[in-house]
Write a protein that binds this ligand. Structure first.
Ligand code: NAD
Ligand code: IPM
Ligand code: MN
Length: 345
């Protein structure tokens, strides 16, 4: 069986880390896992190629894929575009129905030195943030601004909250059975409904321990007591912000992958970070976020756990030897790191 993977390299460091991760996949998978790649444009790349950050051909190709890999989008070049790369990414997520964005923060205990946190705080961290991805302030209408005022609308339907909350409960039930729901129920109407629904659904999952945190306190606890968390479920914007914060526990934003799931279409895998224009084109980017996105894909879309384990073991070995990129305090170039991983394989 040859699987079809649609690849959307995007902008900035997106193409660099995508190529790096695909080189590692190719070296690791020969004779074990058979796939073909189809490249499509998204973001600024889509604007440059066909005048649209979310081309119809890209959506069509993604819909027919077994899995999708996306690098990163955005950059100063397209900030004033009528439809920006970010608009394109949101359109892609919405069109593919990618409602659940899973962002794991897992500390490798043999790489604790990479974390800016004290060892005893970071050690054993292993939680999954479940971020709702196609609702909330990102998508609510009206949304506009002029010189005098600005509107964003925070909207969630009961169905959309139930869907993401159930996904998070299912995940917690398969892990350490602890779910933390993060909201701002002391202020926001959306959060009041969210909290009510979490309470209702918790009755179907008696084995899962549930607690609720306000987002401000959650942002503090994630960094002071990261090992207290197993699964965190939250709405779109809170999840965006908290996951970048969580990445710091591992040592860098350049370490975190994600998986975006729909109800019955293909899943999309992408780093949580952006196109890093400050280091793009310099062979400096940390490709681990993309390599981990590939191993998430291998596990979740293709049940290739052994292959994913093998790739991750090779990466750990290289990082443990001290060969890491600049964001982790090292001096390795992207290409040098990838070469070492391929040799370790
Ligand atoms: P960013 O995530 O691109 O970068 C933030 C900082 O982290 C930068 O200093 C960058 O150099 C560093 N960084 C990020 N990934 C790294 C990696 N793999 N290796 C080493 N260092 C890394 O965020 P930003 O600078 O605020 O945004 C830049 C552009 O990316 C914007 O256009 C933004 O809209 C877009 N963006 C896209 C996505 C996405 O594609 N999903 C996510 C976030 C931001
Ligand atoms: C992310 C990014 C996007 C988001 C932007 C670029 C639209 O920050 O994937 O985390 O906010 O979802
Ligand atoms: Mn983000």
């Amino acid at each position: 069986m040859t699987y079809k993977i649609v690849v959307l390299p995007g902008d900035g460091i997106g193409p660099e880390i995508t190529q790096a991760a695909l080189d590692v996949l190719e070296a690791a998978s020969s004779g074990v896992f058979d796939y073909e790649l189809q490249y499509e444009a998204v973001g600024g790349d889509g604007i440059d190629q066909v005048g649209d950050p979310c081309p119809a051909a890209t959506i069509k190709a993604c819909s027919g894929a077994d899995a999708i890999l996306l690098g990163a989008i955005g950059g100063p070049k397209w900030e004033e575009a009528e439809k920006t790369p970010e608009d394109g990414l949101l359109e892609l997520r919405e069109n593919l129905g990618l409602y659940a964005n899973l962002r794991p923060t897992k500390v490798n205990n043999s790489l604790l030195d990479l974390s800016p946190l004290k060892k005893e705080i970071a050690e054993g961290t292993d939680f999954m943030m479940v971020r709702e991805l196609i609702g909330g302030l990102y998508f609510g209408r009206p949304k506009y601004y002029d010189d005098k005022e600005a509107f964003d609308t925070m909207y969630y339907s009961r169905e959309n909250i139930e869907r993401i909350v159930k996904t998070a409960f299912d995940l917690a039930a398969s892990r350490r059975k602890k779910l933390t729901s993060v909201d701002k129920a002391n202020v926001l109407a959306n959060s009041r409904l969210w909290r009510k629904i979490v309470e209702e659904i918790s009755e179907d999952y008696p084995e899962v321990e549930v607690d609720h945190l306000y987002v401000d306190a959650a942002s503090m606890k994630i960094i002071t007591h990261p090992t207290q968390f197993d699964v965190i479920v939250t709405e779109n914007l809170f999840g965006d912000i908290l996951s970048d914060e969580a990445s710091v526990i591992t040592g860098s934003l350049g370490m975190l992958p994600s998986a975006s799931l729909s109800e019955n279409g293909p899943s999309l895998y992408e780093p949580i970070h952006g196109s890093a224009p400050d280091i793009a084109g310099q062979d400096k980017a940390n490709p681990m976020s993309m390599i981990f996105s590939v191993t998430m894909m291998l596990r979740m879309s293709f049940e290739q756990d052994a292959l994913a384990d093998k790739i991750e073991a090779a990466c750990s070995q290289v990082m443990e030897s001290g060969l890491v990129t600049g964001d982790l305090g090292g001096r390795a170039a992207t290409s040098e790191f990838v070469q070492a991983v391929i040799e370790a394989l």
